[in-house]
Design a protein around this ligand. Structure first.
Ligand code: FAD
Ligand code: EPU
Length: 342
């Protein structure tokens, strides 16, 4: 059923109180097709697919049709000597999928614990955290081509995964709805604990025997200590990507700032911690009305109450300009900006 003039406040973690002219939820590919085939008189705007709304900045009222993915179901669809294969409906809550796998000792998703949002949105930006990216455990997905009304299967190679990137965010933007995603999860225990503070956290927890549960708990504890809970302080996680710069640019910054936080990528490139760059420009904890740069993690922009999409966007513009001026590095937004009418 298509509803009219629906507030999107409960459906985005920045808690932007904008309205969708038309809104519906679907729980199967057939329902999605029916909704797409429904003629809506007077509709001027586009369509917007929404999962958990944890990676969008809604700038203003949306004139088109918002379609919320409610396809549920998690099942083990097969196994072989080395792997279990698990399929999740696109509308499944990501962390519930992680819990499903941890409970059965299927290995691979534990480092991605507690990332907000849905399974269907996870391939969009190849979600990542603590040394693991979705692409490392991805098997395949099925997506619905909106214009041609057909279902297409994508392998990992078809998805063009990169750092916070995929074909769905770039060349196929707004063309497909991801219906379900399948994962390939290890039987053999291989724990990835060298990244960030996982090892230290495991020590603090006095873990003797490593397990998927222990790694997941450590990741959850670190995340909760750093990242604001959107229920208490609305946000969409990292607002910008960590920028990839040339070795030359890195050396230039390093000469003046030996404490720059950077990771070697290859002979020619380094990845810089955007949070460090933003903090060095003096933004950490800064508030402009109700829009702010988080006091513990400068990469996260927050809404203290009634900030509008424009307020958050303007703050992000100021941050981009000052980082460019001071370091000669242009930050790219990670969050998807959604304007009026799509
Ligand atoms: P939405 O915000 O609803 O949508 C995001 C984009 O995907 C939109 O463009 C939307 O149109 C599109 N989309 C959504 N579902 C589909 C679908 N089924 N088919 C086609 N297009 C679709 N991300 C990380 O990678 N790592 C992190 O560690 C991380 N930490 C976070 C912490 C916090 C506190 C928050 C708030 C966010 C964090 N994020 C992180 C970002 C976010 O959780 C992920 O990007 C997540 O995958 C978004 O899922 P969603 O369902 O909320 O997507
Ligand atoms: N830092 C600062 N000041 C800050 C924030 C960070 O100096 O205000 C420096 C610190 O030295 C810190 C380093 O930056 O050691 C890295 O910070 P952190 O470990 O918090 O990770 P991040 O690079 O800021 C990335 C992802 C997160 C992911 C974490 C953990 C991006 C854009 N962000 O953040 O993903 O959870 O690593 O793997 O790659 C998201 O995408 O929304 C997200 C939260």
């Amino acid at each position: 059923m298509i509803q009219q003039n629906v507030s999107l406040l409960p459906y985005n973690t920045f808690r932007m109180d904008v309205h969708a002219a038309h809104f519906a939820q679907f729980s199967s590919a057939e329902q999605l097709q029916q909704l797409l085939d429904t003629r809506i008189s007077g509709m001027t705007g586009n369509r917007l697919i929404l999962g958990g709304g944890s990676n969008v900045l809604l700038m203003q009222d949306f004139n088109g049709l918002v379609l919320r993915n409610g396809i549920r179901g998690i099942e083990c669809i097969g196994e072989d000597e080395d792997y279990f294969y698990v399929k999740a409906g696109g509308g499944e809550v990501w962390h519930e999928l992680v819990e499903f796998c941890i409970a059965r000792n299927y290995m691979g998703l534990e480092n991605l614990s507690l990332i907000p949002g849905t399974a269907g949105a996870a391939p969009m930006q190849n979600i990542g955290a603590y040394g693991v990216e979705l692409k490392d455990v991805f098997h395949e997905l099925e997506a619905f081509h909106i214009r041609e009304r057909r279902i297409q299967r994508f392998s990992a190679a078809d998805c063009g995964f990169g750092y916070r990137e995929s074909v769905f965010k770039k060349q196929y933007k707004d063309e497909f709805v991801i219906l379900n995603v399948s994962f390939r999860l290890r039987r053999k225990p291989i724990f990835i604990i060298s990244y960030g503070a996982i090892r230290e956290e495991l020590e603090k927890m006095q873990v003797q025997d490593l397990s998927v549960r222990a790694v997941s708990d450590a990741v959850i504890r670190i995340r909760q200590s750093k990242l604001p809970d959107p229920v208490q302080l609305p946000n969409a996680g990292s607002f910008f990507k960590n920028p990839l710069v040339s070795r030359f640019r890195w050396r230039n910054i390093h000469e003046n700032h030996p404490d720059v936080v950077a990771h070697w990528v290859d002979e020619l490139h380094y990845k810089l911690a955007a949070g460090w760059l933003i903090e060095k420009c003096g933004w950490k904890g800064v508030r402009r009305g109700d829009a702010g740069c988080h006091e513990k993690q400068a990469l996260v922009l927050v809404n203290y109450g009634h900030a509008s999409g424009r307020d958050i966007y303007d703050l992000s513009e100021e941050i981009i300009s000052s980082v460019r001026e001071k370091f000669g590095v242009t930050l790219e937004r990670e969050v998807n900006i959604v304007g009026a009418g799509g």
